[in-house]
Write a protein that binds this ligand. Structure first.
Ligand code: ZN
Length: 189
C-alpha cells in the first residue's frame, strides 16, 4: 500500500533489513512490546528467538480491535449477530507487518494452525454424526460441536499469529509476541 520508502524490491535485502541506523530508529522496545512505524519491515531474525531466520519471511495483515469496538461487537452479538459482524469488519484497524521466523518457530506456528483447523472441522463433523445416527443424543453432539468451535477459535486467535497489534498510535504499531532476545536488540523507547 502506501509505503514508498520501504518497498524498493531491488534493494539488497540484507542491507535493507539488517538495520541501518535510520531504520533502527524506527523500531524501539517498550516493556514487552515492540513499537514500530507502520510499513517498516522487521529485521531478518526470528522474532521469537532472534536466531537467523534462513529466509523465512512472513507479511500477514494483522488486525486490531479497539476495546470499545470489542465491547460494541459483544453487545451487538447478543442483539443481532450480522450487525456485529459488519461493525467488527468496518471498525477494525489493520496493517501488514513484515517479519521473520526461524524454521523451529515456523513449524510451531503451522502445528497450532493445523490444530485450530482440526477443532473447527470437528465442530461441523461431530454434530453431523449426531444427526446421522439416531441412537446418539443430538443435544450432546451439538454441545460438543460448539465447544470444538470455541476451542478452535481460541487457538486460532491466541496462537495463529506470532505477533499481535495491541495499539495503533500516531502511525506506530505496538506489537506483542516477540521474544526477549529479539526485543533486547532494539533501544528502549
Ligand atoms: Zn525462532
Amino acid at each position: 500500500m502506501e509505503s514508498p520508502q520501504s518497498a524498493d524490491p531491488y534493494a539488497p535485502p540484507q542491507a535493507n533489513l539488517e538495520l541501518s541506523p535510520d531504520h533502527a530508529n524506527l523500531i524501539r522496545r517498550q516493556g514487552k512490546l515492540i513499537v514500530v512505524k507502520r510499513d517498516v519491515p522487521l529485521p531478518e531474525r526470528c522474532v521469537k528467538c532472534n536466531r537467523d531466520a534462513q529466509g523465512i519471511r512472513l507479511s500477514p495483515r494483522l488486525f486490531h480491535y479497539h476495546w470499545w469496538l470489542t465491547l460494541a461487537v459483544v453487545v451487538l452479538l447478543l442483539l443481532f449477530w450480522p450487525l456485529a459482524l459488519i461493525v467488527a469488519l468496518v471498525g477494525r484497524n489493520s496493517a501488514r507487518v513484515e517479519f521473520s521466523l526461524c524454521s523451529i518457530h515456523q513449524r510451531r506456528r503451522q502445528v497450532f494452525a493445523a490444530l485450530a483447523l482440526v477443532f473447527l472441522s470437528l465442530s461441523v463433523v461431530v454434530p453431523w454424526i449426531g444427526f446421522a445416527t439416531p441412537a446418539i443424543d443430538h443435544d450432546v453432539t451439538i454441545g460438543l460441536g460448539i465447544m470444538a468451535f470455541l476451542i478452535g477459535l481460541v487457538i486460532a486467535a491466541v496462537r495463529g499469529q506470532p505477533l499481535r497489534i495491541t495499539q495503533f498510535k500516531d502511525d506506530r504499531l505496538h506489537l506483542r509476541g516477540t521474544g526477549p532476545e529479539f526485543r533486547e536488540s532494539f533501544d528502549a523507547l
